[in-house]
Design a protein around this ligand. Structure first.
Ligand code: T1G
Length: 697
């Protein structure tokens, strides 16, 4: 049973026991109601305490149950909470560690609540495209006030119990304790055993000194934020009901809204992302308990933008870093940049001066490879050219101690070839950070053919320690993300030749939810980066056709913001993208040279051509075994390329569109008078899944 029952004197203790976070799955809910019935029937029992085993009171409803009949099977969470409220004996919640979602709603149904200091308290449902569906929107405002409750519900962010307990007039916690919360709850239970009437949160009032004004303000500010998915605004309306409507009416409306949101594609996508994020660390042939190597000290080769950004991740985690460059001025520049980045954070109040000093104190520099010998791991972030990598890895092979991990930050080059430069290919791995490396969450962990399992496990654990989303990739040109973005960019160029403008393409995909379209992104990152890669590809993969527009743009010296002009024009010192007549003229010239008569292209076709290009390449990456699972590909795009989370990632989005429909669109694109019709031949895996009516995930 996922909840135990024991008597402690004349108090019944019901302990949720559904590891890892006491998700309120059906068995756990049943365990609670059966415990309450037992306590009700036992005249010796004067009070009840509910708590959670292990490291959580409860992480909320069991997300893994969503979509299955079990999720709403009786006793559903509303029935459990009603049973708690209906108990004739006081029920005290003993809250600790994590009290989230349905777990907090369960606690709010109790008559009393005792919390341990340091407990993470949240109603995070909005992050799943939902709203609290078991009374959270009606009860939390009644114990914390409308403003605090609404902020928690709309943000979904956890708040420490001591912060909430310190709020004037709060009625969420009756006691906040340092020590054992169950002991404190038992003591409170003894105190209130005979006290009547039993306090019910539903009988309190949801208060705000200027409810009308505040709620209107909330509607306006949240409305702007929830442009793309309905949940945040629904949260505001539900909390407004707590102010203006009787409790039971507010509960009824909350349930209607919750059930409607549960069915939205946005919620399905966000729930997919929740599970996808946690699936990335699961590597079929590397068990979770694989022993990892002890990595205490890092060496970083290269003090440029990437090297400096990478170093900051480890300095932030309190790990000493030695940075190596060929010239002292490069080192000085790199260290100064790191210090400047930290100083900017201090200015914004995101970092204390003391922490800045600690982090800078962990950083040392050197011009000599010999000084790296005591590092446990080295990451090279030198120029993206195989000859340079060869020199670096041969030098590292000479000086690094046995068992040290040798990692390359290459973004596309062959990690197997790099490993072969050393006598220890089993210790070589790819760690592809995304710029800015100290900000972007994605870390592609490139597993070479000879990479040892414990090296992979070590790097995955280290990635988690520096708060990265680590996705394992096999070795291919561009790994997962850059290989797919190549097809996305190609389609962008073809769309220009066929009749679209950079602005129309960017606006269409930004309306879909991308933070930035391909052309604004190119101008930001630098159009010359893609130009360099294409020049290499023209030699290595002559069959890969590209639009000429991007090359002509670079030949015009329009590298983007860094040259003051790219796909767009820019006023000096400004970042606002201004449509460029010169670029339009260039595109028209390319069309004329290719004999293409421009046509009107719909936003829908733009979005499909860009996103389905990712899907088709992703399907190939999947069938080649480069990615372990479709949801890993989603995580690469969500955390490295600005794909909108409420769409779930390219593969999830294709599933929601129906793979049959995706393939049908690709067939239509094949009829385009284009020279890349063969690209739109659906990948075999995609065609197979579509024919069988299946999905990627
Ligand atoms: N249900 C099922 N499994 C869960 C879960 C949950 N609510 N929360 C976590 N897990 C699993 C997770 O999949 C992973 O499993 C393991 O626990 C460790 O997670 C009616 C309907 C609680 C702060 O949104 O924020 O209540 O991969 O790696 O870093 O209003 O998990 O090991 O197999 O994240 O220590 C609302 C979501 C649900 C909380 C712990 N609750 N969880 O963080 O561990 S909706 C949430 C978290 C709801 C009601 C509605 C975090 C955590 P595996 P982890 P962590």
């Amino acid at each position: 049973m996922s909840a135990t029952y024991e008597l402690r004197g004349n108090v019944a203790v019901i302990t949720l026991n559904n590891p890892p976070v006491n998700g309120l799955g059906h068995a756990t809910r049943l365990g609670i109601t059966q415990g309450l019935e037992k306590a009700e029937a036992d005249s010796a029992v004067k009070a009840v305490v509910i708590t959670g085993a292990g490291n959580a009171f409860s992480g909320g409803a069991d997300i893994k149950e969503f979509g299955s009949p079990k999720a709403m099977a009786e006793p559903n969470l509303l029935s459990v909470i009603a049973a708690v409220e209906a108990s004739s004996k006081p029920v005290v919640a003993a809250i600790h560690s994590v009290c989230m979602g349905g777990g907090l709603e369960l606690a709010l149904g109790c008559h009393y609540r005792v919390a341990a200091k340091g407990t993470q308290v949240a109603l995070p449902e909005v992050k799943l495209g939902l709203l609290p569906g078991a009374g959270g929107t009606q009860r939390l405002p009644r114990v914390l006030g409308v403003e605090t409750a609404l902020n928690m519900i709309v943000s979904g962010e956890p708040v420490k119990s001591e912060m909430l307990a310190s709020l004037p007039g709060q009625k969420l916690f009756d006691k906040l304790v340092d020590g054992d919360v169950v002991t404190a709850a038992l003591a409170l239970a003894a105190e209130v055993a005979d006290k009547r009437p039993l306090p019910l949160v539903r009988n309190l009032k949801a208060k705000h000194p200027n409810a009308d004004g505040y709620l209107q303000f909330a509607r306006n500010s949240v409305g702007a934020m929830s442009r793309n998915y309905p949940a945040p605004l629904q949260c505001v309306e539900a909390v407004a009901n707590a102010v203006y409507k009787p409790f039971d009416e507010g509960m009824r409306l909350e349930l209607v809204a919750f059930q409607a949101l549960m069915l939205t594609p946005e919620s399905r996508a966000l729930r997919h992302v929740f599970m996808a994020e946690r699936a990335t660390s699961k590597i079929p042939d590397v068990p979770a308990d694989t022993p990892v190597r002890d990595v205490k000290k890092l060496a970083i080769i290269g003090a440029g933008t990437m090297g400096g950004g990478i170093a900051m991740n480890f300095l932030n985690a309190g790990m000493p870093v030695v940075m190596l460059e060929m010239k002292q001025e490069a080192l000085d520049r790199g260290v100064a940049t790191i210090r400047k980045n930290y100083e900017a954070q201090v200015k914004k109040g995101k970092l204390t001066q003391e922490k800045l000093d600690v982090r800078m104190g962990l950083l040392t520099t050197t011009l000599n490879y010999g000084d790296l010998k005591d590092a446990d791991m080295v990451i090279e972030a030198v120029f993206e050219e195989m000859g340079v990598k060869e020199k670096v890895f041969k030098a590292l092979d000479e000086v690094m101690k046995p068992g040290a991990i040798l990692a390359s930050n290459t973004s596309t080059l062959d990690v197997n070839q790099i490993a072969a430069f050393t006598k220890r290919p089993q210790d070589v791995i790819g760690t592809h950070f995304f710029s800015p490396a100290n900000v972007m969450k994605l870390l592609e962990v490139i597993r070479g053919e000879k990479t040892a399992k414990d090296v992979l496990a070590t790097v995955m654990a280290l990635g988690k320690k520096i708060k990265k989303t680590c996705v394992v990739s096999g070795v291919c040109d561009g790994f997962i993300g850059n290989r797919m973005i190549e097809q996305y960019s190609r389609q962008g160029g073809f769309l220009l030749e066929e009749g679209a403008t950079p602005e129309q393409v960017d606006k269409a995909i930004e309306k879909f939810g991308f933070a930035m379209g391909p052309f604004r992104m190119g101008d930001l990152a630098g159009n010359d980066i893609g130009w360099y890669i294409r020049k290499r590809r023209y030699v290595e993969q002559p069959e890969m056709i590209y639009s000429k527009t991007a090359d002509v743009l670079c030949e015009m010296g329009r590298y983007g913001q860094k040259t003051g002009a790219g796909w767009y024009d820019y006023k000096p010192g400004k970042r606002d993208a201004i449509p460029s007549k010169e670029v339009v003229a260039m595109i028209e010239k390319v069309r004329a040279e290719k004999g293409i008569t421009p046509r009107k292209i719909s936003d829908q076709e733009i979005v499909q051509r860009l996103v389905y290009a990712l899907v088709n390449e992703g399907a190939k990456i999947l069938e080649e075994g480069i990615a372990l699972r479709a949801s890993d590909i989603d995580m690469v795009y969500l955390t490295g390329y600005g794909f909108p989370a409420f769409r779930g990632g390219p593969m999830c989005y294709a599933d929601t569109q129906g793979l049959f429909n995706v393939v049908a669109s690709m067939r239509r694109f094949q009829k385009n008078p284009r020279d890349d019709a063969k690209f739109w031949e659906p990948a075999p895996l995609l065609a197979k899944l579509a024919a069988e009516g299946k999905t990627f995930s």
